[in-house]
Design a protein around this ligand. Sequence first.
Ligand code: F6P
Length: 527
Amino acid sequence: MNIVNSPAWQALATHAEAIRPQHLRELFAADGERFAHFSLRQDGLLLDFSKQRINAETLALLHKLAETADLKGWQEKMLAGETINHTENRAVRHMALRADKQEPPEVRAVLERLQAFCESIHSGDWRGFAGERITDIVNIGIGGSDLGPRMAVRALAAQQQPDIKVHFIANIDGADIAPLLARLNPRTTLFIVASKTFTTLETLTNARTARAWLLASAGRESAIAQHFVALSSNLELTQQFGIPAENVFEFWDWVGGRFSLWSAIGLSLALAIGWRQFKRLLTGARAMDKHFIDAPPAENLPLTLALLTLWNTDFLGASTAAVLPYSQSLSLLPAYLQQLEMESNGKQTDRDGNPVGAATCPVIWGEAGTNGQHSFYQLFHQGGRLIPSDFIALRQADFPLPGHHASLLANCLAQSAALAFGQTADEVRSAGVPETLLPYKIFPGNQPSTTLILPALDAYTLGQLLALYEHKVFCLGVLWNLNSFDQWGVELGKQLASRLTPVLNGESDDAGFDASTRGLIAALNAE
Ligand code: F6P
């Protein structure tokens, strides 16, 4: 039976009628202990969801829905290595990458090779074609082979190893790679070609450009072995590209691209922060895995986040969700979560091939605070749209400077309070605002938010944070009865682009394309 027709869903729909008219001001007035009732602490993390538009009954009904969806059963299937990614006939085992002593032997073997490689770069044992040590690492990858390490390298900038600079190239636009190559020295640069499939157009195009650039200086093919490594599950294609087998770090088809930071795909991060810190990231993620598997539903952080998103999306009518890290170091988290959440759950066909029957993944977007306050928060406060948000803050600054951190945190708390409680006409009047300006100064409030506080930003807490969202995504997939682990929706555009490339190169005609596309081709190809 479709979950939308279940008694648990129907009970939530009825309950939502009663909640929708209530303002967060009323919910707080009705329960003096609201913060205590709607917050969770786990291994140093604090999750405050008291500013969500829920009451105790909402939570109870949402948990009933999770039972109806058999969340526990799906967790067990994932852990048992069942092929829960049924449309690709694959298991989903990213947790095995961070299982510490329980990791599968193939995972351990690759981790050991990665460690040895990192150490040889850091110690200077690894040398380039002219005998110099490596100073610059360029990760060439896109999507899951880029966003995770790129975000994490920025997040952990405070732990950056000296003498190594890590760069990221993703876009097929030459404007991404060309300026970088212009400032790098081929004798001291190492390229990591990161691609699970090793068929991705952007990555292979950039990798070929990088190879030509290197060979133009080195003058001999054998230099490839000193300047290129690959991270991939396709060992045949890495070999065809000319990367020797000993320079290939493997991962497996049971690691989804957007869940792959913990695999060899994390190499650029490990080079940036050092192997010990990379292992701390895995340990933090593993701690969250354990919590997700063992904690009872009412104390379960990932499940709580998932249920709140489902509530806001399907019962309060939100179509977007904002991620607002009050941490410059986490400024790439929204982009990372866009892929994680939207590529996983941006689907309308359920596991059985039927329509889900409900709205699924909201549009994820966001920006680091306080920057966003000076651009889009106007709409947040007075634009009349429902926008649930996740505020993320650090108790301790990662770059402590006098006068900065308390103001940053004050802004974070100020915004979530202003969004929740707004400002009434009476409050505006009592501040002495003239009647003519009154309508402009009213803040309706009632914007729901969750605040997550990390004790500090380090490899361990970053691991916890990312695994928290990974498991949230898993829970939502179960609740909507989706396969969160395929991504068929990316294929059509790729196929059309490969048919259009020869047309734009003047190698074939535009027959078969629609009138708009033909018109655009003509304009682009005009002399
Ligand atoms: O096009 C989407 C996608 O397949 C993502 O799922 C993936 O993370 C990205 O492309 C890169 O894929 P690959 O690692 O195989 O190059």
